[in-house]
Design a protein around this ligand. Sequence first.
Ligand code: IMP
Length: 202
Amino acid sequence: MNAVGPKLVIATHNEGKLREIRALMAPFGIECLGAAELDLPEPEETGTSFVANAELKARAAADLAGLPALSDDSGLSVDALNGEPGIHSARWAEDEAGKRDFGHAMQKVEEALQAAGPESGRDAHFTCALSLAWPDGRIESFEGKVFGHLVWPPRGDNGFGYDPVFVPHGHEETFGEMEPAAKHAMSHRAKAFEQLVQWLAT
Ligand code: IMP
């Protein structure tokens, strides 16, 4: 991680993402500062892809903090819903007052799946784009995916977001039921992170 230096801004206000990225970064001995700790604003996600949104968040944080910044844009794409909620995964969780409630988001996804009918299937995947931006203008992005299917009702209190309804292929437990280390061994975030580490090592 020589290209990063001793301090890295984790450009997210999402506690779940921050916890997972901190766990993935732990072996590298880099001090990770959360965006909220630095009082950084949350930029508007105007991109049309996970990478575009990750890049705008990393760029904004690196410019404001004057430090390298790592951002994450991620979400759940459901085949029967033409890839939705996708880049709108956080937005699907907002109630009328703009407050995020993932019980509500999982319910909305389930209702849309029921409306699509059983022949549409329950396949889904998570995508994670990680972008690393430097104050000098450099930026690099990496993307990871994990495929699986959705279950109902939600199961498990671990993880965050849509984890309680997602079962990765080849497993029976949801991400919400798995120990964090088991999720980190196969998740979209871990796969994107592996690529980032490989890129930094070359
Ligand atoms: P954004 O990247 O800030 O737009 O938010 C993406 C949303 O996707 C998060 O708030 C989560 O609800 C969901 N999401 C992303 N990664 C995961 C994950 O690992 N598990 C469950 N939900 C996730």
